[in-house]
Design a protein around this ligand. Structure first.
Ligand code: ZN
Length: 270
């Protein structure tokens, strides 16, 4: 089934909003684990993971280049949907209470949170400041990867702006890199165009009842390695004596079902 991207891939002046995930079996899950392991930084890991998990993106293949050109909100939303497909549906998130400092866990389905549509002009934003005007493109995964390892903020801003600036007065950018008013206008303009994802939620502390505003971890999937999958293979191989190739070829749901049956059988014996 196709998913509709809140923003969409912008290619040759066209907005492509459809994407489709591959059917999940052990082979695909193993590829996902390997994609994360090979990544240089978080944006790169998201790109590799989505490129491996998708079957189609817009009108074509989900190549890493095309996945990297998706806006940040689209990538986050796809990661939430993929997390749900991989069983993170009722994932527990951890937080620490701002009032009593107690650590607590709360359930949250990131994939079912509402998503606001992209604003007028997507993926471009107009910024007016000091009697001048700039047109910027919303940052995408490639932009995030380009600045991921730059620690100095002015340098990161210069690199980012160099990438997303579409139109503006010549040489208007270098002397504005440290102009905070200019940056806050940029942020406001980009936010107005970007699809709105809910990134902060309220959770009540079970210890003291205080209400906390929590920013859930955006990419819990990146902590997943292949060890759980190999454990599943190990249990099924030991019980049914199937080969690794056959077990990995099972659709994810069917594999889960067999694991449940093994658990049920063990429960009856004890
Ligand atoms: Zn508390």
């Amino acid at each position: 089934m196709d998913v509709i991207l809140p923003g969409g891939l912008w290619e040759s002046g066209q907005r492509q909003r459809r994407a489709r995930f591959r059917a999940l079996d052990g082979r695909v899950e193993l590829e996902l684990a390997e994609a994360v392991a090979a990544a240089a930084n978080v944006p790169d890991a998201v790109t590799r993971l989505l490129a491996a998990a998708l079957e189609r993106l817009g009108d074509g293949q989900p190549t890493p280049e095309r996945v990297a050109s998706l806006c940040v909100a689209d990538r986050k939303q796809l990661m939430r949907l993929l997390d749900a497909r991989l069983g993170g549906e009722s994932r527990w998130h951890s937080a620490r209470c701002r009032k009593c400092d107690a650590p607590f866990d709360f359930p949250l389905r990131l994939s079912s949170l509402p998503v606001g549509e992209a604003g007028e002009g997507y993926p471009f934003a107009r910024v007016c400041h000091a009697q001048a005007e700039w047109i910027l493109r919303l940052p995408n995964g490639a932009d995030q990867a380009a600045v991921a390892d730059i620690e100095a903020l002015p340098r990161a801003r210069a690199v980012l702006l160099g990438r997303i600036l579409v139109e503006g007065p010549p040489d208007s950018v270098p002397h504005r890199i440290e102009d905070e008013a200019f940056w806050s206008r940029i942020e406001t303009a980009l936010e107005a165009v970007a699809p709105a994802l809910i990134e902060r939620v309220r959770a009540t502390c079970p210890e003291c009842g205080a209400e906390n505003v929590i920013e859930p971890e955006p990419y819990p999937l990146l902590r997943r390695d292949g060890s759980r999958l190999l454990l599943d293979v190990h249990r099924l191989a030991g019980y049914y004596h199937w080969s690794e190739t056959d077990i990995l070829a099972l659709p994810r749901r069917r594999r889960q079902r067999y694991l449940d049956l093994i658990d049920a059988a063990r429960g009856m014996q004890s």
